[in-house]
Design a protein around this ligand. Structure first.
Ligand SMILES: *Cc1c(COP(=O)(O)O)cnc(C)c1O
Length: 360
């Protein structure tokens, strides 16, 4: 077996102990005589898997009782539509556009109502987070929307926007469970799990109960209503049983290593190794304003597309995979999610240092 250091932005690397546990349970899950892939979602054994996954997530994040936890298929992208369909009461929402993902979300929301882009960092290719302390929040806005960590551009909010009393909706896909989170600061938090938690196939939605409405447009598809999922314990129809099972394992793993405080400490340590290198490098430059650099997604460039491509090829040959940057930023991007071991970051930096010396 030769596992590489996988710096993919998503689907992404997962904790090895979790993969090993899954492997051991694959053919016969705890004496059930079958794989989790094969069991009824209505069975006791699967219900227990789902219940434990939710309980462990609540425990990890300290989710208050008046928030529902939903496991919904369709990825984060489906939430771009479900959010306006369910949360727009006045038909108005304020979006802060700090990158490709919040831009997509705003574009989708426009199909359902009036969208105000109240701040954006588009003028500098989304390399910073605008000052959000005193934005022109619409009196009628049903919510304020952010993407808290922009996966492609590598920015992250250091402080949440002042929403002037409006509820905050946050896409945490690429930072989910990377650090402690005060859930009651938000109306809703959501994210696809394939970046920082588990396999592709579900989004986790954490939503304050009073925001789940029943008075939606008659023609709202049943799957697209939060009340459908909330009333059915996320099992209105067949859920993605496998993804729920694996995410549950990851929650237990995170608890075993000390929870989100411990995870954050390690993430800060890992990111510092890479950023220190970039700050001192003559060949590579980070593309993001220092104060808002992401702990999860680290884009960097040489300033020359051909050189960038050569570096990517060299890293791949040396056992570091998926470092090619997104086309809108270019260069390289190292996604160093929870499951990337610190040894992987150190090894990458050692490699890049050596590469720089040899190719100066
Ligand atoms: C990847 C990503 C998405 C899209 O996720 P899908 O599950 O593929 O729909 C949305 N938002 C952010 C921040 C992402 O990183």
């Amino acid at each position: 077996m030769a596992r590489v250091y996988n710096f993919s932005a998503g689907p992404a690397t997962m904790p090895l102990p979790v993969l090993e546990e899954i492997q051991a349970e694959l053919l016969d899950y705890k004496g059930s005589g079958m794989s989790v892939m094969e069991m009824s979602h209505r069975s006791k054994v699967f219900q227990q898997i789902a219940d434990e996954a939710e309980a462990d997530l609540r425990d990890l994040m300290g989710i208050p009782d008046n928030y529902k936890v939903l496991f919904i298929q369709g990825g984060a992208t489906l939430q771009f539509s479900m959010i306006p369909m369910n949360l727009m009461k006045n038909g108005v929402a304020d979006y802060i556009v700090t990158g490709a993902w919040s831009k997509k979300a705003a574009t989708e929301a426009k199909k359902f109502g009036k969208v105000n882009v109240i701040a954006t960092s588009a003028d500098k290719n989304f390399s910073y987070i605008p000052d959000c302390s005193d934005l022109p929040i619409d009196d009628d806005a049903d919510y304020v929307y952010i993407c808290e960590n922009e996966t492609i551009h590598g920015t992250t909010y250091q402080t949440l926007p002042n929403t002037k009393g409006k509820i905050l909706v946050s896409d945490q896909s690429s930072m989910f469970l990377s650090k402690p989170c005060n859930v009651s600061d938000y109306g809703m938090i959501y994210g696809g799990v394939q970046k920082n938690i588990g396999p592709a196939g579900i989004s986790i939605v954490i939503i304050r109960e009073d925001l789940i409405r029943e008075d939606l447009a008659e023609n709202t598809p049943v799957y697209m209503r939060y009340d459908t999922h909330a009333n059915a314990g996320s099992m209105y129809n067949t859920p993605n049983c496998w993804a729920i099972y694996v995410c549950g394992k990851v929650f237990k793993y995170l608890k075993s290593i000390g929870g989100l405080e411990a995870m954050n400490k390690l993430n800060e340590e890992k990111a510092a190794i890479l950023y220190d290198f970039l700050d001192n490098s003559k060949m590579f430059n980070g593309t993001v304003e220092k104060e808002v650099r992401s702990l999860m997604n680290v884009p960097f460039v040489t300033g020359d597309a051909e050189k960038d491509a050569a570096v990517v090829a060299a890293t791949k040959a040396a056992g570091f995979d998926n470092l090619k940057g997104h086309k809108s930023v270019g260069g390289l991007r190292a996604s160093i999610y929870n499951a990337m071991p610190i040894e992987g970051v150190k090894a990458l930096v050692d490699f890049l240092k050596k590469y720089e010396e040899e190719n100066a």
